[in-house]
Write a protein that binds this ligand. Sequence first.
Ligand code: HEM
Length: 138
Amino acid sequence: MTYTIIHTIHIFSVFIYGGFLFVDILFLSKMKHTLGKEEHKVAREAIMMHVRKVVPYALMIAVASGVYMFLNVFGEISSEGMTSFQIMLSIKAFLGLWLGLRGVNQKLFGINPWVFKSHFFPFSLVVIIIFLSQMMYL
Ligand code: HEM
């Protein structure tokens, strides 16, 4: 029961975090083509002021719930080595933790994202993570 609740929390928080990245990359980034530079800045800030209050915390919840589930489902590594599930889950967890670390650094310590500044980078990682999350069960 606890696992199911944590799993559901993971899905919702991933929805909020990933959902914002999808909306930003697919739609918000296009605003600059239809609005003037100043208008675009104001419009984007009007959205971002609400995003900053929710999205970074959704990411932190996604990571915390992910770590809980990881510890429950990863299992023992057999003498033949890791299963494909364990390999894919490890890659997914590594990418998720990296995003989480970036988010915590940015939100709590004011350190700007490691490596890339645009949302295209976290967006791409989320797409890969979602693929891995499904493929790992095959
Ligand atoms: C932003 C980062 C993350 C995204 C976008 C993400 C996305 C997802 C998605 C889409 C699923 C599949 C849910 C389903 O089909 O029911 C999932 C499951 C899972 N995630 Fe994450 N995740 C993230 C971070 C993490 C982290 C950091 C960890 C571990 C350290 C983790 C561990 C897991 C585990 C163990 C499952 C399998 C749960 C199960 O099926 O029982 N996730 N994640």
